[in-house]
Design a protein around this ligand. Sequence first.
Ligand code: DAT
Ligand code: MG
Length: 150
Amino acid sequence: MERTLVLVKPDGVQRGLCGEIIHRLERRGLKLVAMKLMQLDDVTAREHYREHVDRPFFGGLVSFITSGPLVAMVWEADGAVEIVRGTMGTTDPGKAAPGSVRGDLAVNIGRNVVHGSDSVESAEREIRLFFSAEEILTYSRDSDPWIIEP
Ligand code: DAT
Ligand code: MG
């Protein structure tokens, strides 16, 4: 089953939006298989955002993502990466569709509340960075036949 990494970034934690974001992903039907509250160190943050190392916003992004606790999660579904990207909305909240997390809960690109992996390859890399294999659980959900046609 496809997996993706979701972060409620430090702005989301400070604003009390963890429950709201988890609630939206649960209601969508994705399955939560790992979750923890943690504060990123500089090295992990730079590794997580390594594709952006040459961008002018990189320093600000790293200091923001390390500035306080975040909630890291792994969510599972067929097509989880695309489904979460859609539920999150586009990177710039000013352009994000109403109904998406960023379109409903944010106004600024540097405080866009949530992270979701952008491809299956990124998801695999990012999940390995945040979680050990033992922290990702396998379990059955009684609601599955009501969410996914068997
Ligand atoms: P996303 O988080 O939608 O995958 P991204 O990977 O392009 O977006 O960028 C990572 C984060 O960096 C993004 O969530 C917010 C920040 N960021 C991106 N572009 C930015 C910009 N032009 N100015 C300031 N911050 C930016
Ligand atoms: Mg990205």
